[in-house]
Design a protein around this ligand. Structure first.
Ligand code: SF4
Ligand code: SF4
Length: 186
């Protein structure tokens, strides 16, 4: 962990998150409601409450290297329960962006690849093109035939479509991505 000298701003990380996301981690009172309500918390190596605490104490790398920020499903249950109305999912988005920029997501390559392919699908079509997503993810994770036997079955039952379907509101989609630019990596 990085050691601060006296001249460094002990609130540097908190200030950076505040400036990028608009969310002030110093308001967190460590009540634990976010962790208690998070459906994915049991799988996380750092609980949402701990993520907020690390930001408060300027502990940067442990947060940017944890799997939690990649497991967060942005369901916003935590934000709904937070007595301080902190948008924790937005904080997680910002942390993901920083982790990529600083090349600290090294232990999460498959999750990062999935995240990028998923987002790219939304950007192109306005929805997930499942078949394209699975094929691209399998190639990225170097297991091209993973679950291939399920493809014909799902196609036959109409659970998968051979072709992508775009949403009609292309301009709205473009505008959403323009407004979300500060949270996105590209
Ligand atoms: S937004 Fe993320 S951290 Fe919050 S409850 Fe949902 S999965 Fe958990
Ligand atoms: S619910 Fe809000 S105040 Fe409570 S620990 Fe989580 S972020 Fe902090």
């Amino acid at each position: 962990m990085k050691v601060l000298n006296r001249q460094e701003n002990v609130h540097q990380f908190r200030d950076e998150i505040l400036s990028l996301s608009g969310e002030d981690a110093s308001r967190c009172v460590q009540c634990g409601k976010c962790t208690a309500s998070c459906p994915i918390a049991p799988e996380m190596d750092m609980k949402p409450t701990q993520v907020l605490r690390h930001i408060q104490i300027n502990s940067r790398n442990p947060v940017l290297q944890c799997s939690t920020i990649w497991l967060c499903a942005s369901c916003e249950t935590c934000s709904f329960r937070c007595p301080e109305e902190i948008e924790i999912a937005t904080v997680m988005d910002t942390l993901r962006k920083l982790a990529i920029e600083e090349d600290l997501a090294t232990g999460q390559k498959q999750i990062v690849a999935f995240d990028e392919i998923f987002l790219d699908s939304i950007k192109r079509y306005g929805r997930v093109y499942e078949l394209g997503l699975v094929m691209r993810y399998n190639m990225a994770s170097r297991q091209p035939l993973k679950d291939a036997h399920l493809g014909p079955l799902m196609l036959g039952k109409g659970k998968l479509s051979l072709f992508a379907h775009r949403v009609r509101e292309k301009a709205t989609l473009k505008e959403i991505f323009r407004k979300s630019r500060r949270f996105l990596r590209k």
